[in-house]
Design a binder for this molecule. Structure first.
Ligand SMILES: Cc1cc2nc3c(=O)[nH]c(=O)nc-3n(C[C@H](O)[C@H](O)[C@H](O)COP(=O)(O)O)c2cc1C
Ligand SMILES: [Mn+2]
Length: 480
């Protein structure tokens, strides 16, 4: 773990009068309880690209967005066929995201983990408000095909909602669930979507379907980062019996506001830009895909779940939010997983200092683990513990504490100078990985651990040269 983490722990800042509850986040106080606040913040910090030229949401918007991939978020102010702006790239740069949360970058995963931990011990539940910005306009006539949802990949099957948070209620217990599922617009009031095995939403749906009933949902587009993060917390951290929307309260620093939908018995996010009130239809599957996936490939077209939209509400001047497949999704997955992997691995292998999931590994296939070696063999234990903590992983590289695990070239240096292929490879054949990875047989594949640590005790030839610490501000330097 980075040195600053323990020091940065900011606990107990907010207390309620009735009961002591801690809320580690302060997004609301800093004006970011909705997307407008986020965009204003980015603009003030000069962290926003504004595209003024009119772009076509069909293939052009995504192509232009990719020119800024990994950099500043982009606001498309003029979108063909739409009176509304489109916002993309909020999650593709960790430094920007860290600034949003007012934290150092290395602290971000731990902040999210802390919010989850607080919520598990003393949850601050959402509150239901009577009127909400997301219902400023109740649309009488609408057509989903007129929304500025972009087509990004040139072979995609239709315009996709990629940033929408789906809220549903457990058909048996009434507990709320929130998750992001890609939805492809297929008609005026119709979409198809993907629900992977193990998703809570799918569990709810299957129980409703078994009774021949639809599952009512709200599809919330244009939400604040607290709601997004709450909705992608993995099921192990946010079990099915708990309302994970409470996690957003802990990141906001105040209870999340929800509002009752007009046509379905489910709540919507009060500050959302758009709410599609809808139901997942039972016993029906229609074509969905191809879709540009997190893996960098197309997800194949297949018959999948069907959504019928019953009503649309929105803000007066809404902004359409979209997540571009790539680093945005890698970060959404990676940031949530890193802290939980770190917690789990470091409890078993205390020499582990830090963990990252790399962009090249799609945010969930490749991990780099840093250890402070104090005995031979711990590096292999670290590899095993890391695989156990996150089953999607295919590759784990272990390095020493003198290697910067966020710099791929430094990791390669460790592989080049400390790793011996005849001795330092650990192969785990026929193990379960991630079914989306096309190189696996439907998720079954081989995992590889690479030990790029120097021997312990460290022989002199493995001592990395150091230079003295200097402060560059002490020097008069003429820019060239
Ligand atoms: C941009 C983005 C798109 C996603 N799309 C899907 C999807 O299409 N299907 C799916 O099953 N999970 C998808 N996920 C992952 C789920 O949202 C995530 O695993 C969530 O925690 C599931 O919640 P649940 O188990 O409470 O339903 C996506 C995540 C992100 C960040
Ligand atoms: Mn859930």
């Amino acid at each position: 773990m980075a040195k600053g983490i323990a020091r940065d722990m900011r606990k107990g800042k907010h207390t309620s009068s009735r009961r002591r509850t801690t809320l580690c986040g302060d997004l609301a106080r800093r004006g970011m309880s909705d997307l407008n606040g986020v965009i204003d913040f980015l603009s003030k910090r000069r962290q926003l690209v504004r595209v003024k030229t009119t772009v076509d949401p069909r293939y052009e918007l995504g192509a232009v967005a990719f020119k800024f991939h990994g950099g500043k978020p982009v606001l498309f102010e003029s979108v063909k066929g739409s009176p509304w702006a489109v916002f993309a790239g909020l999650y593709w740069n960790r430094a920007v995201l860290a600034d949003l949360f007012g934290l150092p970058e290395t602290r971000l995963p731990f902040h999210f983990a802390e919010a989850v931990a607080e919520w598990r011990s003393a949850p601050v539940h959402p509150v239901i408000v009577d009127s909400a910005p997301c219902q400023e306009v109740v649309e009488k006539q609408w057509d989903l095909r007129k929304l500025p949802a972009p087509l990004v990949g040139t072979r995609e099957g239709g315009p996709y909602l990629t940033a929408a948070v789906i809220i549903a209620r457990d058909p048996d217990t009434g507990v709320r669930n929130a998750s992001i599922m890609r939805c492809m617009i297929t008609g005026r009031d119709r979409m198809t979507c993907l629900m992977d095995i193990g998703r809570h939403l799918r569990d709810y749906y299957e129980r409703a379907e078994a009774r021949g009933q639809p599952l009512e949902i709200t599809i919330n587009n244009g939400v604040d980062p607290a709601v997004h993060i709450a909705s992608v917390v993995p099921a192990v951290a946010a079990p099915i019996e708990l309302d994970e929307l409470g996690i957003a309260s802990h990141l906001l620093g105040e209870p999340l506001a929800l509002v009752k939908a007009k046509t379905v018995a489910v709540e919507a996010v009060a500050t959302a830009q758009f709410v599609l009130e809808a139901e997942l239809l039972p016993k029906l599957r229609e074509p969905e895909g191809p879709a540009a996936e997190v893996t960098g490939y197309y997800a194949q077209k297949d018959n999948r779940w069907v959504i019928r939209v019953k009503g649309v509400t929105r803000r007066k001047n809404p902004i359409w939010h979209t997540i571009i497949p790539g680093r945005e999704v890698h970060n959404a997955v990676g940031l949530m997983a890193e802290a939980s992997i770190f917690r789990s691995v470091s409890s078993q292998v205390p020499v582990v200092k830090d963990v990252v999931l790399t962009y090249g590994g799609c945010g969930f296939y490749h991990a780099v683990v840093q250890i402070e070696k104090n005995i031979e063999g711990m590096e292999r234990n670290a590899i095993l513990a890391t695989f156990a903590a996150f089953p999607s992983l295919k590759q784990v590289v272990v390095v020493d504490s003198d290697v910067d695990i966020r710099d791929p070239q430094d990791v390669e240096w460790a592989l080049a100078t400390r790793f011996r292929p005849d001795r330092d490879i650990l192969l785990i054949p026929h193990a379960r990985g991630h079914e989306l990875n096309p190189v696996t047989d439907a998720g079954l594949g081989c995992k590889i651990g690479l030990d790029a640590t120097a021997p312990y005790p460290r022989p002199q030839q493995f001592e990395r040269f150091k230079v003295r610490e200097v402060d560059i501000n002490d020097y008069e330097i003429e820019p060239s």
